[in-house]
Ligand binder design. Sequence first.
Ligand SMILES: Cc1cc2nc3c(=O)[nH]c(=O)nc-3n(C[C@H](O)[C@H](O)[C@H](O)COP(=O)(O)OP(=O)(O)OC[C@H]3O[C@@H](n4cnc5c(N)ncnc54)[C@H](O)[C@@H]3O)c2cc1C
Length: 418
Amino acid sequence: MGEDIKLKSSIGIIGAGIQGVCIALCLIKKGFKVTLIDRDDPGKESASYGNAGHFSPYASVPINRPDILVDIPAMLLSSTGPLALKWNYAFKMIPWFLKFIKNCSRKNMMHTAKNMHQILNLALSAYDEIFEDIDISGLVESKGIIYFWTNKDLKSRELENNIRNELGVKQQLLTPQEIHDLEPHIKKIYHGGVLYPYARHARNPRKILLKLFDLFIKKGGRFEKQNVQTISFSSENKPIIKTDLKFFTFDKAVVACGAFSKKLTDQVDEKIPLDTERGYHVHFKGHDHLLSRPVIFLNRGFGITPMEQGLRAVGTVEFGGLDNPPSKKRIQNLINGAKYLFPELTHHEDEWMGFRPSLPDFLPVIGPSKNYKNLFYSFGHHHLGWTLGAISGKIVSGMIAGENTNLDLSPYNSKRFS
Ligand SMILES: Cc1cc2nc3c(=O)[nH]c(=O)nc-3n(C[C@H](O)[C@H](O)[C@H](O)COP(=O)(O)OP(=O)(O)OC[C@H]3O[C@@H](n4cnc5c(N)ncnc54)[C@H](O)[C@@H]3O)c2cc1C
């Protein structure tokens, strides 16, 4: 596509989470006329605000794997376990669960692992490019991330380590003494762990998102704070976006609404089985000096990240849809878990719930719509959407600009659900 065409092409992006903002920034740098639409202020309450802040290029081992099927019943029954289900949502989730089970074969697990690895491997360098233009001093730390565990479920740990070895992911197994040497304030409840030395973490995901957003505006981008109701198409196949207030017509549009994307893709005759894994966080202000880097306690499915807001205890997975209220019990679990690891913690603040956008094969949807060539998608990045912001921005903007790539992007196409 020539420069003059790019300058004239207008692109509308729905969703100003990390996906939408990175795509918007990449497109405006390429000379497109870009409008970002979100019903909320960027990064206000979205998943892109409240996540654990991990940049996790190592995390290719997917959730869909054979061992998890055996573990799920015990996880659901355990009051301190990593998984919970809102029983009023169980029936609605059956189709998603059936597809998930199908994806837990070794073959499908490896398909997901390889294709997650393909984009995760490029995630940090893509951020390096994007961060060249903003001041991130004090906001991104490169001290690695530690996962630790007790003697339970060692078979699962072995499987994860083996897959990462197979994919060539750098990992450093840790003895209890080594964990203690790296993070001396954690109570010694662990029996083993692993360090991903090249992982990074954000000390304030919202601040980073806002810096990227401000740069987008400075470069001439437009922001419309409006709720998108529908997407339809003109006789020339141009997307028409109807908000609560008005209609916009663009040359091309991108759906990047995270877990809420399905409400829009259902309207354009796609059957994308997107659902959500709800997660939570709380802050223990003034305690971030207790950790040098993020840690994850695998048995309980939560982690703690040292952030500007204090220690952020964050994680757990709850299947409960977009409309159920937050679960007090899940929040209490998170608080109890944090205090178990750090008995000196007392008062917590800022109870937050967010929505991971998750597909049953645990691959995101990145690419053009199945039915409309001027509509593109970037959602469904589940536990890794923060890590994959910049690389998705590069990929989607490259597709819209008609650039060639040597990546195999077919595994991320929505056609896989047809
Ligand atoms: C507890 C928790 C911890 C996590 N930790 C990590 C981590 O450490 N590392 C990592 O890589 N990932 C992590 N994730 C996942 C990551 O946060 C998400 O995958 C990512 O933020 C998704 O980004 P997004 O831009 O797709 O969606 P979102 O951040 O959800 O943004 C979507 C935006 O779309 C807007 N929107 C939705 N519908 C409409 C509409 N109809 N009209 C207008 N606007 C609309 C919303 O207002 C929102 O601003 C975590 C998630 C959770 C919940």
